[in-house]
Design a protein around this ligand. Structure first.
Ligand SMILES: [Zn+2]
Length: 181
């Protein structure tokens, strides 16, 4: 059986038609919005453990879902348990390789320096992010680890997808943490 007849690994998504992301800009925007909705949903689960609500997922070049993650730093007492790291690890397990070539990582908040490094190491092709993080973001704000000219692997960055919703989720979380004024 030719390899082309094998279904691609991961979970098929409704809009997957063999290529990802869609070629047409309008269709691409619609799909990014839908994926960010899934990442937002995943982020909301972090609230149960008082974790900063950040959600991430990895999509294959065929448009299948390879991995999902949310921030579990408090839940696991693990400083490295960021949404992106957990989504990347699950995607690598799904594919059976650490190389996530051609893959897209979708995340509700601009990645930190650790996660930006992991995105480069995993050879992720594209980063779709929700809210920018001017204080600690490492993919365009404070630093730009994923598009550094000195690096041999660079990542396409699509920013500001559903950024109001992504930003509000985080702001509401910190306001609740501080308690009523
Ligand atoms: Zn991070």
């Amino acid at each position: 059986m030719p390899a082309d007849d094998c279904p691609p690994p991961g979970i098929a998504l409704p809009w997957a038609d063999g290529t990802f992301p869609p070629v047409h800009a309008a269709q691409r925007a619609t799909v990014y919005d839908a994926l960010m909705g899934m990442a937002l949903h995943e982020a909301s689960h972090a609230l149960a453990s008082d974790d900063v609500p950040v959600g991430a997922l990895v999509v294959s070049p065929q448009g299948t879902l390879l991995g999902v993650g949310r921030n579990r730093r408090e839940e696991g007492g693990d400083p490295t348990a960021h949404a992106e790291i957990l989504a990347i690890r699950q995607a690598a397990r799904t594919l059976g390789t650490w190389r996530l070539e051609g893959c897209t990582l979708v995340v509700t908040l601009e990645p930190c320096a650790m996660c930006a490094g992991a995105i480069v190491l995993a050879r992720v092709a594209r980063l779709v992010l929700g809210a920018w993080d001017p204080k600690a973001g490492a993919t365009g704000s404070m630093w730009d680890v994923v598009r550094d000219r000195r690096s041999t692997h660079r990542v396409e960055v699509v920013g500001g997808v559903r950024q109001d919703e992504c930003g509000t989720l985080i702001r509401d979380f910190f306001e609740t943490q501080r308690g009523p004024a």
